[in-house]
Design a protein around this ligand. Structure first.
Ligand SMILES: NC(=O)c1ccc[n+]([C@@H]2O[C@H](COP(=O)([O-])OP(=O)(O)OC[C@H]3O[C@@H](n4cnc5c(N)ncnc54)[C@H](O)[C@@H]3O)[C@@H](O)[C@H]2O)c1
Length: 367
């Protein structure tokens, strides 16, 4: 088990990563809370595969548990699911000292975090991320929220958990495409902060990390956790360097929108977005040597039809982004690998030409 601490204003908590650690780490995390009552939110698929493991881990801790299942999928990050979840907590007598433990990927985590932030103006929150993406990214840093009909993540708050328990036992049942989603965020940390992450990620080139690779996987997840924890510790509310975590994401969001969020996964879009951001970095003065992302390109297979990718639509959706502030687009680019910088790019043609690597890459690895 590896432990990393996160320090934010008024909060200090640990992220524990290991295998079969749930019972011990829950016991430890709950020892700070003077109650024997617990509320659980559990992703539908996590309940399907891991309910016995969860029950077993809690057996010696308390039997006073109320559980609510969150339907799988992005549509659960909605005001209606938020409202249903609050109904469940409030009608079952939640009190301010009773912890909410959230088992799931980023969807259940973001929803559960927002519920914990707002129920009774804040109840204790413990994240148990169960996807690779949630372990390396969404469970860390305190961003919580739900989507709105006009866009993703537009309603939410910053709310830090009191503990994060990443038990790779859960990953045994993770579908193949979810591994790729997590890998893209892992490679992002390699690009913006820690070169060693590229080397360590080569365990993915042999397929899903096997039992023999458990220690390597735990160490890799923790390296990513440390990058995010360090950045969040310096910029909790995203007024500065936290933006570096969006490397590749401006291109990725436009791609996901153009493909209607179906024909391309978030991880595929982020990988392609990072390739485009590398090209834009080069054309705006970055000095980047060989691209370490290329070692992983064969792991990505694209289904998105060429017709779904109109350059005009992609550019239009970039400029229509609600989070844009000025007339020009701002990107996280690289001066060098591991040297990110936030840059406003005025020349529209440089952005347009960066899309060419995305189109070429999709052609190269189309299925
Ligand atoms: N808060 C943040 O800082 C942050 C950062 C990145 C992403 N996000 C958000 O995270 C969400 C994506 O998260 P995600 O990729 O984890 O998706 P997800 O939560 O939808 O999980 C992906 C799929 O895996 C299933 N699943 C979860 N754990 C499983 C397991 N152990 N075995 C089998 N199946 C399992 C889920 O049911 C779902 O079908 C997006 O909404 C995104 O906006 C938030």
């Amino acid at each position: 088990m590896i432990s990393t601490s996160v320090k934010t204003t008024g909060n200090h908590y640990h992220i524990r990563t290991g295998k079969n650690i749930l019972e011990n780490e829950l016991r430890d995390a709950l020892s700070d809370h003077a109650t024997d009552q617990l509320f659980l939110l559990v992703d539908q698929n996590v309940a399907k595969y891991h309910q016995d493991y969860i029950n077993h881990s809690l057996r010696g801790i308390t039997s006073n548990i109320k559980q609510f299942i969150i339907p799988e999928g992005e549509s659960s990050k909605s005001i209606s699911q938020y409202s249903n979840t609050l109904d469940f907590l409030l009608t079952n007598g939640i009190r301010r000292n009773i912890p909410l433990i959230v088992f799931g990927g980023g969807v259940t985590g973001d929803l559960g975090g927002f519920v914990a932030a707002t129920a009774l103006r804040g109840i204790p929150l413990i994240h148990v991320p169960t996807t690779l993406l949630a372990m390396v990214d969404s469970a860390i840093g305190g961003k919580t929220g739900v989507n709105h009909a006009t866009g993703k993540n537009l309603i939410g708050s910053f709310y830090q958990p009191s503990a994060v328990i990443s038990d790779i036992h859960f990953l045994n049942t993770l579908p193949d495409n979810e591994w790729v989603n997590g890998l893209s965020e892992i490679l992002k940390y390699g690009a913006i902060h820690n070169d060693q992450i590229f080397e360590d990620s080569k365990i993915f080139l042999k397929g899903k990390p096997s039992d023999q690779d458990s220690d390597k996987l735990i160490s890799l997840i923790d390296k990513c956790v440390k990058v995010k924890a360090e950045i969040v510790g310096k910029d909790e509310l995203e007024s500065g360097i936290r933006a570096y975590l969006n490397f590749g994401h401006t291109f990725a969001h436009a791609l996901e929108k153009a493909a209607d969020f179906h024909q391309i996964s978030h991880g595929e879009a982020v990988f392609l977005g990072m390739l485009a951001a590398e090209k834009l970095s080069l054309s705006t003065g970055g000095t980047l040597k060989t691209n370490p992302l290329h070692a992983f390109r064969d792991l990505y297979k694209y289904r998105v039809p060429q017709e779904a990718l109109s350059l005009d639509d992609l550019m239009g959706s970039m400029y229509a982004d609600k989070k844009r502030t000025g007339a020009n687009l701002t990107f996280v680019l690289l001066n060098k690998w591991q040297e990110p910088i936030v840059k406003t790019v005025e020349e529209r043609e440089l952005i347009t030409s960066s899309w060419s690597v995305v189109f070429d890459e999709i052609e190269r690895n189309r299925i």
